[in-house]
Design a protein around this ligand. Structure first.
Ligand code: COA
Length: 314
């Protein structure tokens, strides 16, 4: 697959939203045959947040990102909402979010499963190269609606949340130095959710392919950025399983300590997980101007996406 380097945009700010309701592993012990110890050892998850609507969480995260950026909401040209759990089949939940925020701009949903936020980020840089000035990219999910709460192999993993970022045109070369998007539809049956049904997953097949897909997407984007793995200051990975991130970092030769992890408190929030992990690192002071960040995700489909950006935001 060929990709060309793009320029001219930077991520200004990030914002997040999580539902109030906390579901701990001990709560799940009351619902299915599992244990806190098993869930922690096999996934790294201690608790997750459940509740709200995809549009409501998306709007809350977006409002925070807008306020932090200081941009005039009226100047936003486009809203891209990455989600696999829209409020409705039609219209796009992005239009609902647009109305909740009082924006007047283009709005669309983007479904690339858990890679969606990175796909949206890359698409936003492309739209800016074609003339837009400010774009709101959101990843938001209410996976609890798609989860079978009697299936112990999936209900321990999935949860709800949202993260958002403001992408703005800049005179300089921009913050995106390398990117890669991919999909392997042959693996569709490993993770899917039919209409009016719940998520079904072959966990081990996903695990194995996820590690390879993360490594491949990361290597391709680093290659485009002309950077070696040791030039990365912070890895912002999709939060599906601590062991997947550990294995991917090991294969890339990047210390696991450089990864921003929130899965212990959020579970797997699909499109929301990367902006949630990015915002968490930012609030902890782990994201500073000039830092090289590797955002990398994988998901059903089996999609993968990575972006190497140099932080030039607030
Ligand atoms: N509690 C206790 N035992 C459980 C369990 C649970 N919640 N879920 C499964 N088990 C059991 C299995 O039935 C199996 O029992 P058996 O050996 O008697 O057959 C045993 O634990 C091992 O199951 P296995 O599926 O091999 O575990 P695992 O180490 O692969 O971990 C996952 C399971 C789901 C945590 C792991 O495969 C995973 O994270 N896969 C990737 C999923 C993912 O990332 N999905 C989202 C993609 S975006």
């Amino acid at each position: 697959m060929t990709s060309t380097a793009i320029s001219g945009a930077r991520m200004l700010s990030v914002g997040t939203a999580l539902p109030d309701k906390v579901v701990t592993n001990h709560d799940l012990e009351q619902m299915v045959d599992t244990s806190h110890q098993w869930i922690v050892e096999r996934s790294g998850i201690h608790e997750r947040r459940i509740g709200g609507s995809t549009s409501g969480l998306a709007a809350e995260a977006a409002q925070m990102a807008i306020e932090r950026s200081g941009v005039d909401p009226a100047s936003i040209d486009l809203l891209i909402l990455a989600t696999t759990s829209p409020d409705r089949q039609v219209p796009a939940t992005a239009s609902t979010v647009q109305e909740l925020l009082g924006l007047r701009c283009g709005a669309m949903d983007l479904n690339a499963a858990c890679s969606g936020f990175v796909y949206g980020l890359i698409a936003a840089h492309g739209f800016i190269q074609m003339g837009h000035s400010r774009i709101l990219v959101i990843g938001a999910e209410t996976l609890s609606r798609l989860t079978d709460w009697t299936d112990r192999s999936t209900c321990i993993l999935f949860a709800d949340g949202a993260g958002a970022a403001i992408i703005e045109k800049t005179d300089g070369p921009g913050d995106l130095h390398g990117w890669h998007v991919d999909s392997n539809g042959a693996l569709e049956e490993a993770l899917f959710c039919d209409f009016d049904d719940k998520i079904q997953m072959a966990g081990q097949a996903i695990f194995k392919n996820a590690v390879l897909a993360m490594e491949n997407a990361a290597r391709k984007s680093l290659e485009m950025a002309n950077l070696s793995p040791d030039a990365i200051d912070l890895v912002v990975p999709h939060q599906a399983n601590v062991r997947i991130v550990e294995a991917s970092c090991k294969r890339l030769g990047i210390p696991y300590e450089k990864a921003s992890m929130v899965i212990h408190k959020t579970g797997n929030t699909s499109s929301a997980s990367i902006p949630l992990a990015l915002e968490d690192a930012w609030t902890q002071g782990r994201v500073n101007k000039g830092d090289n960040l590797l955002l990398v995700g994988f998901g059903a489909g089996m999609t993968s996406a990575a972006a190497v950006i140099t932080w030039d935001g607030i």
